[in-house]
Design a protein. Structure first.
Length: 735
């Protein structure tokens, strides 16, 4: 529906995203309107499209979906508009004088003949020019925003576009709407393509094909973690996206894009023979190459052997009442004598014990040690298990975003004040943060990487752990003997069985591994909700907050989205709602942040900082004038305004991929038959997220399918090849 009226007062306006709370004087009385609206002043006339909403806290409000500016049609309206504060130096008296002189033609004079304002007493030529210029700029911005809204662009994104292109917005978009996908964060190829189609743009233009190629490469990194794609794969995927059969023409555009500096190629020899790989930008190539060069240098640093290591290890064993097996002992010795080492093993194989032993030996030798992990949850676990301070890699490097992009206090010029860096859960690190870490290592520092090679790789670009192991350049300690095994516990035993391609043991006497056989989607849904709300809290004496539901897929009747709605309905009775991307969010909801946002501000007590990262989980504590306040597990408080709310998702249920690096007291895994997503390493990752208990709800068929499906999607990275190249260069230099 639509309402019309003049702005009586501006209660709230956010300049970053345009979110406004206005009081509008309509024929039916004064109403409150909320939504993304360009900056307005009191007295302006608006036509607002939207719907009425009601809440116990704010009462009746008109939620705006679209806005249209209307010229005042009477003398009083024009006077209020001119004296609204938009025009510097024009108050009620001068506005009245202007309208008294020009009458209802005032706005036409402002637009077409502003120099005539000097006819009014008190307005000189210079002031007349300033008032006219202000009017033109204001009208220009609003006309541009209205132009953008014709193409179903939200007001918040329209404001973002205008902020980037300014008065050239309409000209730029009419010439090449696909630039939006390159230049504007939050606008992808699909949105730009829809705009182009509505404008009657040539669907076979180079602009469109180039945008499709760039989008294909970008999405390969964002959605699948590739740092590059083979030429044939890139061309095939771009052709599918563009619905364009002429693959030869797409291929011909690749060299042009490389000359333009928008992509970069590298020739490698893979198992199929020589192949060209394309990076979406030079940054990714430079990042992987920098990691490779630094790792080769660290690995080849000559450390003298430390004496009496066996004796020191024995002292550690005795004081901690434990025994290191042969591979564990060799891992510790390698870590102490080499520049770098990779320690990998499944759950219960003693990775944490080795970290504690290395830490104890290093501290005993007077060395400075830094413990870190890619995520807050992982670093917190590391600190608790070692009784030694640990931090995220970002925090260790003192990341800053004040320049509009991530910078780090510690780097090559200002290396870390440490002699040993131990990184846990290294499989979760992407190439960007890992590159920042190795750049900040001081000369002669040891680098110890710990992780599970069978976990899913990082969500963001890169495959750090697998690539390093595959080179054979860094020493690798493989742990296979299970040391942590509680009586009658099946989580660890079954995780290893799954990893070997064996069916997990399912027995009624288990205390921590359960299977609830449900056939239909509705039965699976009901069972999951009952598990979280009733059965597990009663059986294990815990809160539903301690239970994390996982699912292999996002969509579908037993996917993440459906389960989130059902669990929200069962667990959160609050009625105050804010809608984000069509989903209702309430105070008390469990949510997850879904991207790396280096600029997002947070506060924890008196401490302030920036940066919230993909996978961080928290709870909505308040909704204030459309803004969402979230408190994360580590105590950080973040206010999400309209522009950043799209990076939140409900997290009563999350995908297995999104759960990487996290550990939960209890995991409920919802399975249904079918789909290529049902793979062994997905099941293994899900099971190993649980600390106290695992419940699998679904069919035996789906469980069996996952155990015996050892297919894993190939991740296209070039770190392995670049490490080998850098090692060859070093050997050549050394002769």
């Amino acid at each position: 529906m639509e309402i019309k009226g003049s702005v009586q007062s501006v209660i709230f306006y956010n300049a970053e995203n345009g979110f406004s709370v206005l009081e509008i004087d309509t024929d039916g009385g004064v109403v409150t309107a909320v939504g993304c609206i360009p900056e307005v002043s009191e007295g302006e006339c608006l036509a607002l499209e939207g719907k009425w909403t009601s809440s116990s806290k704010y009462g009746d409000r008109f939620e705006v979906s679209n806005v249209r500016f209307e010229a005042p049609t009477n003398r009083l309206g024009i006077i209020n508009y001119l004296s609204s504060g938009m025009f510097y130096g024009v108050g009620p008296v001068l506005a009245t004088n202007i309208v008294n002189h020009f009458g209802l033609q005032t706005l036409s004079i402002l637009e077409n003949d502003p120099e005539r304002l000097s006819e009014v007493s008190g307005i000189g030529k210079k002031k007349a020019e300033e008032i006219g210029k202000c009017y033109q700029e204001n009208i220009g911005m609003r006309n541009t925003l209205i132009f953008l809204q014709k193409y179903n662009i939200t007001m918040s994104k329209a404001i973002k576009i205008f902020s980037f292109y300014g008065e050239l917005t309409e000209e730029v978009i009419k010439k090449n709407p696909y630039l939006l996908a390159e230049d504007i964060d939050g606008i992808g190829f699909q949105t730009a393509d829809e705009i182009a189609i509505k404008m009657g743009f040539d669907m076979e233009s180079d602009f469109r094909l180039i945008a499709g190629i760039l989008h294909t490469l970008s999405e390969a990194g964002l959605r699948e973690g590739h740092t590059s794609l083979p030429a044939a794969t890139l061309i095939e995927r771009a052709a599918i996206l563009l619905k364009y059969d002429n693959i030869e023409r797409i291929g011909e555009l690749l060299p042009r894009l490389e000359i333009m500096g928008k992509i970069r190629s590298m020739l490698i020899a893979d198992e199929q023979g020589n192949n060209v790989r394309f990076y979406s930008r030079s940054l990714d190539f430079n990042t992987e190459n920098a990691i490779a060069a630094r790792l080769v240098k660290i690995t080849n640093h000559n450390f003298g052997r430390i004496e009496n290591l066996d004796k020191e290890i024995s002292i550690f064993e005795h004081s901690n009442s434990l025994y290191l097996d042969k591979t564990q002992r060799e891992a510790v010795i390698t870590a102490m004598n080499k520049g770098s080492v990779v320690i990998t093993g499944g759950p219960g194989t003693g990775k944490t014990t080795i970290i504690k032993c290395i830490l104890d030996l290093c501290l005993g030798a007077g060395m400075k040690v830094s413990l870190c992990a890619p995520t807050g949850r992982a670093s917190k676990r590391l600190s608790e298990s070692t009784s030694h301070p640990a931090s995220t890699i970002h925090r260790l490097l003192e990341m800053d975003f004040s320049e509009g992009h991530p910078t780090y206090h510690y780097n090559e010029s200002e290396p870390l004040d440490t002699e040993v860096v131990i990184v846990d859960e290294i499989s979760m690190a992407d190439i960007y943060i890992f590159n920042a870490l190795v750049r900040a290592l001081p000369e002669g520092a040891r680098l110890i990487l710990v992780g599970d090679k069978d976990q899913l790789p990082s969500v963001s670009p890169g495959n750090i752990l697998a690539d390093i192991i595959s080179t054979g350049v860094l020493p690798v300690a493989y742990l296979s003997e299970i040391h942590r095994q509680e009586a009658n516990s099946l989580i660890i035993e079954n995780a290893h069985r799954i990893n070997r391609g064996e069916m997990p043991i399912l027995r009624n006497s288990s205390n921590d591994f359960f299977f609830d056989n449900k056939e239909g989607y509705v039965d699976i849904q009901k069972a999951v909700v009952t598990m979280v709300t009733e059965r597990l809290p009663a059986f294990l004496n815990l809160s539903p907050k301690d239970i994390q539901v996982l699912a292999p897929v996002k969509k579908g009747l037993s996917g993440v989205e459906t389960l989130n709605v059902l669990l929200q309905d069962a667990l959160n009775p609050n009625t105050e709602v804010v809608k984000i991307n069509g989903v209702d969010f309430k105070v008390g909801d469990k949510v997850m942040h879904t991207v790396n946002d280096y600029s997002l501000k947070w506060q924890r007590g008196t401490e302030q900082g920036t940066g919230i990262f993909n996978g961080e989980i928290g709870y909505i504590t308040n909704i204030i004038r459309g803004c969402v306040v979230v408190e994360f597990d580590d105590g950080k408080l973040v206010v999400y305004e309209r522009a950043t709310q799209e990076h939140l998702m409900l997290a009563y249920a999350v995908s297995v991929h999104k759960s990487q690096g996290s550990e939960f007291p209890v995991v409920v895994l919802a399975l249904s038959s079918g789909g290529t997503m049902l793979t062994r390493n997905l099941l293994y990752t899900a099971v190993t997220r649980a600390k106290r208990a695992v419940v699998i709800v679904g069919t035996h068929k789906a469980l069996r399918q996952m155990v015996f499906n050892d297919h894993s999607q190939r991740r296209y990275t070039l770190l392995k090849e670049l490490i080998c190249q850098n090692l060859a260069k070093l050997k050549l230099i050394r002769g």
